[in-house]
Structure formats: C-alpha cells, structure tokens
Design a protein around this ligand. Sequence first.
Ligand code: M6R
Length: 589
Amino acid sequence: MCSIIGYKGQLIVAPLLVDSLKRMEYRGYDSVGIATINNGKILVKKGVGKVLDVNRRLDLSNMGGHAGIGHTRWATHGSITEKNAHPHYCCTDSMAIVHNGIIENHRVLMKELIDLGHVFKSDTDSEVIAHLLERYYAEQKNIKSSMIKTCKRLKGDYAFVAALEDGTICGSRCNEPLMIGSVDTGFFISSDILGFIRYTDKAIFLENRDIVVIDSKTLQIYDPDGNPVNRSLTQVAWELAAIDKGKYSHYTLKEIHEQPFIVEKVGVQNLDKIEEFCNILRNSKTVFLTGSGTSYHCALIAKHILSNFAKIHAETMISSEFQYTLSGIDNTSVLLAFSQSGETADVLQAVNAAKRMGAKVLSIVNVPTSSLARISDSFLTIECGPEIGVAATKSFTAQLSLTYMIVDELCNGYLGFKINRQILVDALQEALAAENEIHGIAEKLRDARDIYVLGRSIHYPIALEGALKIKELSYIHAEGIAAGELKHGPLALIDVNSYVIIVNPNDTTSDNNIASAHEIKARGATIIGISNKPDEVYDIFIKIPFIKCNIIYPIIEVLPLQILAYYLSLVKNVDPDYPRNLAKSVTVR
Ligand code: M6R
C-alpha cells in the first residue's frame, strides 16, 4: 500500500531514501516525502505526485544528514494533498513518522491527545502515532519505553518508522511488513526488500509487534514488553536488484514479454517441494483455493483442473469473502492460497481463519520471504522476479504454470503440461508477435464505453482476468461473463456500441461460443474473437497459435488480453505501470 524506508549510518541519507522510494513506488504513488535529521533538527519535504516529479520540484535528494525516513503514500484516510503526505511531525517537530496500514482507533486516540493539547495538522490516521510517541517521550525521555507504550495503544495493522531529532530511528510492525537491511555503513529499515537490495542482501525480518531502535551505531530489537530478542539475518536474492525497464517503455510491457522465459523455468528447481505439495493435496478431504484479484482467477483455474483431472474435491473462495463462509473447513482440509506479493491482507486473513479451523496451509507466492510464505505449512515460489507493474501479468502465467505442473504430477502427466512445456513456450512467443496488430485493435477500441469478455469452462476465469486487466489499465468499463449466462441478463446491455471479446480456442466449448457470438452480433455489437480458428462471426480476429494440448490454452489466451489492455492504456493516455487509485500490494482490508 504505502512504502516506508529509513536509514541511519555513515552515508548522506537523502539520495539513498529517494532511490529506495523509486524502487518501492509500485506500493503506492499518491504522494512522497522524506525527513532527514541534520544538526539536531528534523527537516521534512513532501508533495503530491510520483517520486521523480516531487524530487524534481522539491529537490528531495539535496537534504543534509546521515539519518532519515521516507514514504510513498496510497491514501486510506485523508485526501491526496501535501498536508496528508508523510512524514508527519509531532507538535514540537522533534520527531517525525512514516506509516503504512490503518490505525483503527485513531479517532479515540486523537480526541485524547487533543484534550491534552496536541494539535493535528493532517486528516490522516497516521499522525496520531507521532503525537502518541511525543506524549510518552515527554514523560521519561526514553525512546524504548515510549515505543512500547505507543504500540500498546495502537489498534489495527501497521508498520511505522519514526525519526527523532537526536538521530535515533525506530519502528514497529503489526501485520504489515517491516524489515531491516544491514550494510557496512549502517542500517536500512524498509517495508520491502526492494528498498535496500541494491545495497545489501542481508535482511532481518521483524516479527509482529517487534520494536526496533537504531541509535548511534547499534540496532536493538525488543518484544512488545521490551525484552531484547534476536532475529536472525537472512540472505535474500540479489537478482531482485535488477529492476529496470530494459528496452521497454513500461514495466508492464517488459513483464508481458518476460512470460515465455518464466513459463519455461517455473518449478523446475523445486521438484521435491512439488512432490511434498502433491502429498499434502492427495491426503486432504477438500482443498480450498483462495486469492484476490488476478490470483483469485488462478485459483478458479486451479479448481477446474484439480477437480476435473486430479479428481480432488476443490472449492474456491475469494479471499475477502473467505471469513464469511468457514463452514466445512476443518483439520481434514487444505487451504491453497495464491498471492504474488504474499502480503495481501485479505489473503492473510483467510489463511489465519483457515489455520484457526485446523486446516493445513499451502501457498504459491512470488516473494519467498513474504508473510504468507512464512505462515504457510509449505510454500512454492513462482520465481518470476519482481513484478513492478501494478497489473499482474507475468505472475499470473507463472502461477498458472506452477499449478498445471502440480496437477500434472497429481494425475501422472495426463494434463500434458510437462511434455508440452516447450511447445507452450514457443506458442507464447508466437502470441507475443501479434503485439503490433493488437495495438491497432486498441486504437479502434479507443472510444469504447463498455467491453464484455466472454468465456466458458476453463476459459471463463481468463474472461474475468481479461476484463480486470482492461478496467485496471484503461479505465474502460469491462466485464467478464460466463458465455452461457449472457441470455440470463447481460444480453440486455448489448447494442451497436458494445464490444464483445470471446475467448474461444477450438475445443469442446467452441461451438456454443460461436452460437452466443451470433446472438450478440444480431444485436449490432462488434465481436472480437481470440482463437486458433477463424470464424466469419468475428468482426476482429486475434489469432493465437494452435496447440494439440488444449487444456493449456488459458496460459496462452491471456496474453492477447494483457497486450490489448496495455495498448488501451496508451491510447487512453493512462500510465499502465501506475493506474490511478491502485497499489501493487494491498496490505489493508
Ligand atoms: O499480491 P497478490 O497476488 O495477492 O495481489 C492480489 C491482487 O491485489 C492483484 O492480483 C490485483 O488484482 C492486480 N492488480 C490485478 O492486476
């Protein structure tokens, strides 16, 4: 949601903070700010916009000091304004804080603090942390005990870092990520490894409610009662440092193009762990599958192939709804959670609920050090590298591929994923070659008001995913519909201004889809077919390569939809990497 960074050490802090914030900007990009401590004074600069723009305007990199904190915001409480941008000062400007998450009891705390004479300058829930710390620090001038008292008062999920005018940096977390990067010159404290991976691969992952204090040259971690605790140093993957756009104009386009290479290698290093997954799945009575957004669409396909081919009883539940439908989950169940980030609050809530019911938890994540991976009984990684574009693209095809691999293993190769992997990789390359043609189609759809995406059976989740990509990247209203449901209502929406995309590779669902296409065409809509087989009903045809093993088609047919959504964003003048109102990692519920 928001990104947090702090550093204390020998280096000039401001350029480090700006660089780190650029790397973590995908977490939130409404506004930016940094605070540095220079000669016993805290200086704050902040503004609305993305890191590059605000840095250009305010020259953030050019602030003195060897300790400081920084933040990029995804607004939850309070509009997107300079006054609501972080860092937030306390009354005396002697400390400043940056925060990610939601302080649920901020109104109560605010009232109490206002009654004590504190003056609030923003509309955020976060500012309350600065004033609470100030209040408790005034009592004993002891930052450790002020942190303990402050954290005990906070309700909700949070990670925050505070900077004090004496140069101390301290922080704590509760259900939001916060980690330390250890460098020869000092320490980073960050909400994401990407905040410091350019400088160090040595990380300490703080546990929930840990309190960390970095003063002069030492770092101390305490439990919520103030007892010192040891947290081990973990070595994280250096490859994460390579996050540039290469020859591409946007991360989203780069990530779309990376897909063949990712699908080629996903899972191959993890055969033992896949076997362990398979054993757990085989021994469960029911497998519940969950995820949010794109990851949920992968869960839908997982259900289809698990139940139809591996003959394992599977149910899907969207993570945000999971807590309302817990009946049937017990110690004979397995919950398989999909999440690129491994930090999605709805997913973590679903997992915790399932654990309380006695279920075993498996997860498929991109970030092996994520909260989800760490609370799972076993996890597999999709290893697609950092996905910076807010729209999930390569993580989806990687999740799908790994899922196919697992199910193929469960049904002794019946799915044909393993033996057809190279054919699939070649087909993905071929599908990417249609990019220019799809760009042309996006031009034609520039003024579309509504786009409907239809699919049946295993292609229905891809219709949902295609519609999600279009709305997220181009702000055009798009809806994924199960093709058979059309005549039960949605057909009423269709007229000469409608565009309908039919995801229709030539399989057992194909004839029914062609019949639906005729019904739509009779109402004047423009039909766009995505298929390996042309048909006269399509006004616009996007050809995908033919492959014999048609159960794998979802991994291919999503590519033209991703490319279309990407080019729709360009023709609509939208930044595809950073769609409005969204953030890559949704760590609030
Ligand atoms: O990190 P996760 O996979 O848990 O994220 C889940 C969703 O927030 C995510 O897939 C979202 O829907 C994407 N922006 C879609 O492109």
